[in-house]
Design a binder for this molecule. Structure first.
Ligand code: AMP
Length: 431
């Protein structure tokens, strides 16, 4: 167990005495805390934050992770007030995971009995063609999310578990579903449809939905302000380069194309996912290599991408290996960059005119080599990166192109939890 240990019998701290909580300590009632839940099949990530006070790079008031739900030993990690607390005990299901997390937060003066939570925001992976906007959760909305399970058999059931448990534990607070696919609802048919038999596609929901929508929307909404232009006048490309990676083409605030598809496996090369491949490879591995569909699923989602080519998926390790002249690492990096550049080119043509290209997420925000190589030698297309700006340490939104670059290049930190919290509080206030 990591220090400091939890104190299971400590009394909850009275509201006015909770140290360091804006709106709780000193000015009760002025905070707008949201609880954000991201429920996976055996894990729950959570944050408590005030979306009106937070920035993309500020620490949330509380963050936590419940892991190994349903396994012999589970684990809850809680970070609050600069301290880290770890609880290890069996966690049979999501309900117990959330209940234990709330108890742990209460013991450390930052739980739902001490901090007024105004709304709960739930990340929901697949909204299909049903959802374009965040929604206040009702029984009917839960049923609609359940109807989408065939499109996201691994993700939506876990999201529903989290919603149902949280609604039971916090029944008097508005719960809001924010869909990863929502931002891409506006994509025109030419970008959203695959050239797959129309009847089969229609019957089975086969089309491009796109993911990381909350991040692309959040980041792209900051770009018009950086450019000093109204949103409707801005054409832009956003590059969400994290462990998962996707690019989006956005015209006047509306997404017109994105690299992820019916599932988050498509498009760019990612940490462990292959991105686009010839679909014939799947038949070949099934028929000739004798792999099962589950084996191939595991191969393409977890054992491919940069990791599949180099053995590592963290770009810090990849860079260290490249510096040690590891040929596999160098090759993996080049495959990654090649694919990224192809999509940047494709989206420049799809948009016709581009005001800005923006990097975000773990790799996009931190890896200056990736940013430089993604845009190297594109001066003829009006893209000029400023090497000093690109290399300068900074964790805020910033321009990294030269003053005379026709296409501006930015780094804008993303924060999906903050975006979800904003939606949750906004919708709760409208109720
Ligand atoms: P995300 O999915 O957005 O959390 O991004 C996680 C990934 O970001 C990690 O797997 C790393 O590859 C990458 N990353 C995080 N920090 C750095 C860094 N300082 N330099 C390069 N890559 C980084």
């Amino acid at each position: 167990m990591n220090a400091p240990s939890t104190t299971p019998n400590s009394q909850p701290t009275p509201e006015a005495e909770v140290a360091g909580v804006p709106g709780v300590n000193g000015v009760p009632g002025e905070s707008h805390f949201a609880l954000v839940l991201n429920s996976g099949s055996s894990s729950i990530k959570f944050q408590v934050l005030d979306p009106l006070a937070a920035t993309a790079t500020s620490e949330p008031f509380v963050s936590g992770l419940v892991e190994q739900i349903g396994e012999p030993m589970g684990r809850i990690t809680l970070k609050a007030g600069g301290e880290k607390y770890v609880l290890e005990e069996p966690i049979p299901d999501h309900a117990e995971g959330l209940r234990l997390s709330f108890d742990l937060m209460d013991q450390h003066g930052c739980g739902p009995t001490q901090v007024k939570i105004q709304a709960v925001g739930h990340r929901v992976v697949h909204g299909g063609i049903l959802f374009s906007q965040p929604e206040i959760i009702t029984d009917q909305i839960v049923d609609m999310i359940r109807d989408l399970i065939p499109l996201a058999p691994l993700h939506n059931p876990a999201n529903i578990d989290g919603i149902e448990v949280a609604r039971r534990i916090l029944p008097d607070i508005p719960h809001v579903a924010v869909f990863d696919t929502g931002f891409f609802h506006s994509m025109p048919p030419a970008a959203a449809l695959y050239a797959v038999n129309a009847e089969v596609a229609m019957q089975n929901g086969v089309r491009r939905y796109g993911f990381h929508g909350t991040s692309h929307e959040y980041v792209s909404q900051q770009v018009p302000g950086l450019l000093g232009l109204p949103e409707r006048a801005v054409n832009q490309i956003t590059l969400h380069l994290g462990n998962g990676a996707s690019a989006a083409a956005i015209r006047g605030g509306e997404a017109v194309d994105t690299t992820m598809g019916m599932t988050p496996l498509a498009g760019l090369v990612m940490g462990t996912r292959s991105g686009d491949i010839d679909p014939g490879i799947i038949f070949h591995l099934y028929r000739t290599a004798g792999m099962s569909i589950d084996d191939i699923d595991e191969l393409l989602n977890r054992k491919s991408g940069v990791k599949g080519l180099s053995g590592v998926n963290d770009f810090r390790e990849l860079r260290a290996m490249i510096e040690d002249e590891d040929q596999d690492a160098w090759l993996a990096y080049n495959v990654y960059i090649h694919q990224l550049r192809k999509f940047i080119g494709a989206y420049m043509i799809a948009l016709g005119r581009v005001n800005a290209i923006t990097f975000t997420a773990g790799v996009g925000e931190n890896d200056r080599f990736v940013r430089a190589d993604a845009l190297a030698g594109l001066e003829a297309f009006g893209i000029k990166l400023d090497p000093e700006r690109n290399a300068a340490p900074n964790d805020g939104p910033r321009e990294i192109s030269t003053d005379d670059s026709a296409v501006k290049v930015f780094v804008v930190p993303t924060n999906e939890e903050l975006a979800i919290a904003k939606y949750a509080v906004e919708l709760a206030e409208k109720q």
